[in-house]
Design a protein around this ligand. Structure first.
Ligand code: ADP
Ligand code: MG
Length: 624
């Protein structure tokens, strides 16, 4: 009979508590925060009812920091201290920024990440992003009336580990607890509830302010796998603003936008952006701009004229989309749904192009500005434990197998590709040589059987293994990957408990395309790989046999006649030779088999001799 539980007097069992959680879209141009309330996700507004927080931070000499709209209005008059699009600098070095010299900032190059010299001193992109996140945290806590237990922050699917780590650091700096980073396209798919579908392949078309991202996701058994990502990191709404500004210049006999003064360029671009956004609702719009000398430029722009100006930009997004599908080996008919993300997908021009390319209406009912934050909010709500008992949890998968280098340059896979995260696996290894007291552990990623065909992730050493004969020590190696894809490898000697460990980032610097290439190569060469593995294993065995014979000869050669000794020596040479010259499998195996036969009798005699010695020892002992 089950025992009934009784609460202590005065301490009633706490009712299920709703914990505050939020999803944050930390965008290049705009950022948002959303939360789930009464089972529905909604975006939180600031004191004046705005949802979008422009991702702009301004540093003043007084030490004051402005974020959002307060900072954005100074973009034209204080460009050097007003940081826009800081997301582009996250986890990047100066050499990674192709157009750094065209930007108004004073960059300082550092080995890990650039930083910027501002009126308030040097600031890293992590600190700048932390200001944006802090503003959103304050907004959320004010509107929810309590401290956030945790947040999910979205990042582009192609973000590498340095960029992801920088994002997490920014969150920590802003006082937020990160439950999980989530890929932006996955968040958008979740907002539409696509994760509730059984299976399917979806495309997410994200045209933001400065970037275009296309992602192809496959959902199966509750796991979203990123099949392909593509896009153009220098194509976004800003380019449409540029096109309008350039058009207005030409209409007034000015050859290029660049010939205007910097602040004139900025105000013209702002006017162009306002016009572009208005054109998504109306058929025509007026664009006006006052130059420094008081001259006023004014023109009317029609949708048709705008389309003519910008069709080439839209065409580039479609070309990138086509490439991404090709990478994933899919046709448009394989796509079960297309999700529109990003403010620029409000442009009828963009929607039309997507509809035409995919031959279906894209999903666009959810505000494209908000969709990523809403999906992140749903995930955060589940992760923080508010799930309504369904245990729904979105999982990521590990894109490539992870393993260890073993003797002969072979890979022993510990975690298989496509394992869902988080995951932990352990396996026991042993020493190769007698008296071995240290072990070098080499962590690799990839599908190939040989270490040389995989990517090296980390190396570390386990020292202090008690000396014993080869094969006696038990070293347990554990691979553990957390939900963000961070891998920790621990090696522990079982009798003494000594251990060593290393943390690595398995996806570091690997693009999805590289992952796909590595997989393709592994599949194409799997037969070669199997043969290679057999050969390497034979080589390891042969070397072990050579070592053992060498050691036996060194101590007990006296047990052999001169003739027998010569036979063993010869067989030894043949094996050593086969190893040195890299002989193929068959000759190597034959040489090793000969050696093993030649030493059979020798081994038996050594065994007898050692038993005799042991008995002799026993007799001596008992005599004493
Ligand atoms: P990001 O993901 O880069 O932060 P957003 O998704 O917030 O960017 O998109 C910002 C871009 O969307 C800007 O270029 C902005 O001009 C554009 N945008 C916003 N609303 C509209 C609209 N109604 N019509 C056209 N473009 C728009
Ligand atoms: Mg975005």
């Amino acid at each position: 009979m089950a025992l009934l539980q009784i609460a202590e007097p005065g301490r009633a069992a706490a009712p299920h508590q709703h914990r505050l959680a939020a999803g944050i879209d930390l965008g290049t141009t705009n950022s948002l925060v959303a939360t789930v309330q009464s089972a529905a996700a909604r975006v939180l507004v600031d004191a004046v009812g705005e949802t979008l927080l422009p991702s702009v931070v301004r540093y003043l000499a007084s030490g004051e920091v402005q974020a959002g709209r307060d900072a954005q209005i100074h973009q034209a008059d204080d460009p050097a201290n007003t940081i826009v699009s800081v997301k582009r600098f996250m986890g990047r070095r100066l050499a990674d920024l192709p157009n750094a010299d065209t930007l108004p900032y004073r960059f300082i190059d550092h080995p890990g990440m650039v930083s910027l010299e501002t009126a308030a001193g040097e600031r890293s992109p992590v600190e700048v992003s932390a200001e944006i996140l802090r503003t959103l945290r304050v907004r959320a806590e004010a509107s929810l009336g309590g401290e956030l237990a945790g947040v999910v922050i979205t990042v582009p699917a192609y973000f590498d580990d340095a960029q992801r780590q920088a994002t997490k650091d920014a969150a920590r700096l802003s006082g937020l607890t990160v439950l999980r980073l989530m890929n932006e396209p996955t968040a958008a798919a979740v907002a539409y509830g696509l994760d509730r579908a059984a299976e399917g392949t979806f495309a997410v078309y994200d045209l933001g302010g400065g970037t275009f991202d296309i992602s192809v996701l496959r959902l199966s058994k509750g796991v979203f796998e990123v099949l392909a990502t593509g896009g153009d990191s220098a194509l976004g709404g800003d380019d449409f603003d540029q096109a309008i500004a350039q058009w207005l210049c030409e209409a007034h006999g000015v050859a290029s936008l660049a010939s205007l003064a910097p602040h004139e360029q900025r105000s013209l671009l702002m006017a162009a952006r306002a016009a572009k956004e208005a054109l998504s609702q109306s058929e025509t719009v007026g664009v006006a701009m006052t130059l420094a000398d008081g001259t006023v430029w004014q023109r009317t722009l029609s949708r048709a004229a705008f389309a003519a100006l910008c069709q080439p930009l839209i065409d580039r997004t479609i070309a990138a989309t086509r490439r991404a599908l090709r990478d994933a080996k899919l046709r448009t008919t394989d796509i079960a749904g297309v999700v529109l993300v990003g403010g620029s997908t409000r442009m009828p021009l963009a929607r039309e192009a997507v509809r035409e390319f995919f031959g279906r209406d894209p999903l666009a009912d959810i505000d494209p500005d908000q969709v990523v934050a809403l999906g992140a909010a749903k995930q955060a709500d589940v992760l923080v434990g508010n799930g309504n008992g369904e245990g729904w949890l979105l999982l990521d998968v590990c894109p490539l197998s992870l393993g260890l280098e073993t003797m002969g340059g072979l890979v022993e896979k510990i975690i298989a590709r496509n394992s869902t995260l988080p995951v932990a696996r352990a396996q026991e290894f042993t020493t190769f040589k007698d008296g071995q007291t240290a072990m070098s552990i080499h962590v690799v990623q990839g599908e190939r059987e040989a270490v040389s065909g995989c990517r090296s992730l980390a190396r570390f050493e386990l020292r202090g293994i008690p000396p014993a004969v080869a094969g006696a020590a038990r070293i347990r190696v554990t691979f553990q990957i957390d939900a963000d894809g961070l891998l920790a490898v621990t090696a522990r000697e079982q009798t003494t408990g000594i251990q060593a460990q290393v943390e690595v980032k398995p996806s570091y610097g690997l693009t999805d395309a590289q992952v796909a290439d590595m997989l393709k190569e592994a599949i194409e060469t799997s037969l070669d790989d199997m043969q290679l593995r057999t050969l390497r294993e034979a080589q390891v065995d042969a070397r072990r046999l050579l070592d053992a014979t060498g050691a036996a000869l060194a101590s007990d050669a006296a047990l052999l006649s001169a003739e027998e000794l010569a036979t063993v020596r010869q067989a030894t040479f043949r094996v050593a030779d086969a190893l040195e010259t890299g002989a193929p499998l068959e000759p190597l195996k034959m040489a090793a088999a000969d050696l093993s036969r030649a030493t059979e009798e020798f081994a038996a005699r050594r065994m007898n001799a050692s038993i005799r010695n042991a008995l002799a020892g026993r007799e001596l002992d008992s005599l004493a």
